[in-house]
Design a protein around this ligand. Structure first.
Ligand code: SF4
Length: 81
């Protein structure tokens, strides 16, 4: 299953990603950063699996992230964004 990887330390809280994939992303006002709604922290990276039909909107979120802290990868770890 594809996954989103979020390097939250680098997030500047611009608010773009929830506009592209609102079912996956929200802004946390107290952190001043985006969070993956069902992300799990692995090391310093938040990870959330995504179904195939939601890949495109999350790739859009990734390519529009101004600090490139969102990555979407397939089963093999190949970058889709
Ligand atoms: S688009 Fe990038 S910088 Fe902006 S809130 Fe989302 S993760 Fe953070």
């Amino acid at each position: 299953m594809p996954k989103i990887l979020h390097y939250q330390d680098d997030c500047i809280g611009c608010g773009s990603c929830p506009l592209y994939a609102p079912n996956y992303w929200e802004l946390n006002d107290s952190l001043g950063k985006a969070v993956l709604k069902k992300g799990q922290l692995k090391g310093k990276t938040h990870v959330q699996a995504i179904i195939e039909e939601d890949v495109e909107e999350n790739v859009d979120a990734a390519v529009h992230c101004p600090v490139s802290c969102i990555h979407v990868v397939d089963d093999s770890g190949k970058e889709l964004s």
